[in-house]
Design a binder for this molecule. Structure first.
Ligand code: AMP
Length: 527
């Protein structure tokens, strides 16, 4: 079995004759198949002699591995030139930047002597000055600044170092690995035609995530790079046609990719840049065996990036098996220093009363106040801002559907104080750097508690204090207990209604769990 697996993994034809297999076994593993099969001279109950020559097998494994990868072209991995601005950051500045940006923590997991963790790139130009097409794309989509994970991951990945990024969806992690991947792909010594297969592979746990990654690939299309998304339930024949026509990037869920790999429809030997996206979820979904089989066929001297929202033992094991001397960047631990300079008021309210509440708030603003009103949806941002405009209240809005020019105008008006109210979604507010915001108003509660901390950190900056008002409805009860924790840790008042909400959610969950247990089929007692 072990030997058959090894043969299968050699990337050669899987079907071989018996004699052929025997000769290969002897050649590589020191096993004599005839001996192994049956020794008729031995009495039936004599103890079995070990027929596998383990010492020779071990000795030959390295030789076999080298043979398997012999003749592949070299891989170029280092494309980083540190900008003078990045290089001039002092150690204190770097530490301060990491603290202020979601409390980023970095480490070198290489054993022995540690390498220097590169300084973060605070501007896009600091990472991609040498790549004008990439800069053009970034300008086109209108991002203001790299997100924390991007700032810290880019200089590491662009140097060719393997990276583990502990970050959640929504942090900009996809572009953190995609853009260096584009550069890696287009800077290899071999042309696309000579490569003979895809150069980059992204493994993702679900079809939705795979499609999302593909959408990001298309959005930042670079030098005609072609990508394909392969997932279970999709059109298998269409996916096979696309793969065989030649693509640069394969984004796949492990099950379907392994299926195409076993049927010899895809050549993985040409991959030099590998991403394991949301590794913790892939493990939770039981994809480890498929990942293992897929990676047997990917050259070991590739560059590998792994992302995960959490860092449990399973993910550490995966990292140890498939990454070489990686660095690790954790993002998303709560930066409670930001929270401590903000007075937080949480109001438990019904959905229908929110409009009247925000109206009262805006009417009671003082001339020097400047507020950012966070909403959950683009349509709410449009609704609220047009309602205020109709009343003659100057306001701007910022969200992903607005044109680049309009977004810049909105930010400029807000920064310069032409308007003192900005209605924004989380996406558009990333990298928003306005120092004199006095209030954050959470009209809709954010998707998670990390985002709450990020939002309220928009005020109370640069030594000032700020105020945050947060509306929370029954539909947000999942986050109630986490919010209580934050309020308590920053010595803020916790409304009784919030405590009741958290308690009711706990009861609800308990009840659900009991119902599930009850519905589980009961085992019949053994007679
Ligand atoms: P992700 O964490 O990769 O799921 O990214 C979440 C969203 O953030 C995606 O829609 C990206 O297009 C967007 N995004 C990525 N980088 C940035 C950035 N530097 N500034 C603003 N938005 C970004």
């Amino acid at each position: 079995m072990l030997i058959d697996n090894a043969l299968a993994s050699s990337g050669q034809n899987y079907v071989r004759s018996g004699t052929e297999k025997d000769s290969i076994k002897q050649q590589h593993f020191g096993v004599n198949s005839a001996e192994e099969d049956l020794d008729i001279t031995k009495p039936a109950n004599a103890p079995m002699k070990s027929v596998i020559d383990w010492a020779s097998l071990r000795k030959n494994a390295a030789k076999y591995e080298a043979m398997k990868w012999a003749g592949l072209p070299p891989v170029e991995k280092n494309f980083y030139k540190e900008s003078s601005r990045t290089a001039s950051m002092s150690q204190e500045e770097v530490e301060m930047w990491r603290k202020e940006n979601n409390n980023i923590i970095c480490d070198d997991l290489k054993e022995g002597e540690k390498r220097c963790i590169p300084n973060p790139v605070c501007k896009f130009e600091d990472a991609f000055e040498l790549y004008p097409d990439i800069m053009d794309n970034i300008r086109k989509v209108g991002f203001q600044n790299p997100t924390p994970i991007q700032s810290q991951a880019w200089p590491i990945i662009l140097q060719g170092i393997d990276l583990i990024g502990i970050a959640q969806t929504g942090t900009g992690k996809t572009l953190a690995y995609l853009i260096p991947g584009f550069i890696h792909l287009t800077s290899q010594p071999l042309s696309k035609d000579q490569r003979g297969g895809p150069g980059m592979l992204v493994l993702a746990p679900t079809r939705e995530l795979a499609l999302q990654v593909e959408a990001e690939c298309l959005k930042y299309a670079y030098k005609g790079i072609k990508s394909i998304c392969i997932y279970g339930g999709g059109d298998r024949k269409g996916q096979i046609d696309m793969v065989t026509k030649g693509v640069d990037i394969v984004i796949a869920t492990p099950g379907r990719l392994n299926d195409l790999q076993m049927s010899n429809f895809i050549n993985l030997r040409s991959i030099t840049y590998l991403v394991l996206d949301e590794a913790d979820r892939m493990l939770d979904m039981g994809f480890e065996p498929q990942i293992m089989k897929i990676l047997i066929d990917v050259r070991p001297d590739r560059q590998t990036v792994m992302t995960s929202a959490t860092w449990p033992d399973g993910v550490r094991r995966l990292a140890k098996s498939y990454l070489k001397n990686p660095m690790i960047v954790y993002v998303g631990t709560l930066d409670l220093t930001a929270v401590n300079t903000v007075e937080q008021r949480v109001v438990v309210i019904d959905e229908e009363e929110k409009r009247a509440f925000v109206q009262d708030f805006v009417e009671s603003m003082k001339p020097k106040d400047k507020v950012i009103i966070f909403v959950g949806k683009k349509i709410t941002a449009d609704d609220l801002s047009s309602e205020f405009s109709l009343q003659g209240i100057p306001v701007q809005s910022l969200h992903g559907n607005r044109e680049q020019y309009d977004r810049e105008q909105a930010l400029d008006d807000f920064r310069k104080g032409k308007v003192r109210i900005l209605v924004a979604t989380d996406l558009a507010s990333r990298g928003l750097d306005v120092h004199d915001i006095t209030h954050v108003f959470n009209f809709d509660f954010p998707r998670n508690i990390e985002e709450y901390v990020h939002r309220i950190g928009r005020t109370g900056r640069a030594g000032r204090t700020g105020e945050a008002v947060t509306l929370i409805t029954r539909s947000n009860w999942r986050v109630a207990s986490e919010l209580i924790e934050i309020l308590e840790r920053s010595n803020q008042a916790v409304p009784d209604e919030l405590i009741v909400m958290a308690e009711r959610y706990k009861q609800f969950q308990l009840k659900k769990e009991m119902e599930r247990d009850f519905q589980r089929p009961q085992r019949m007692p053994l007679k």
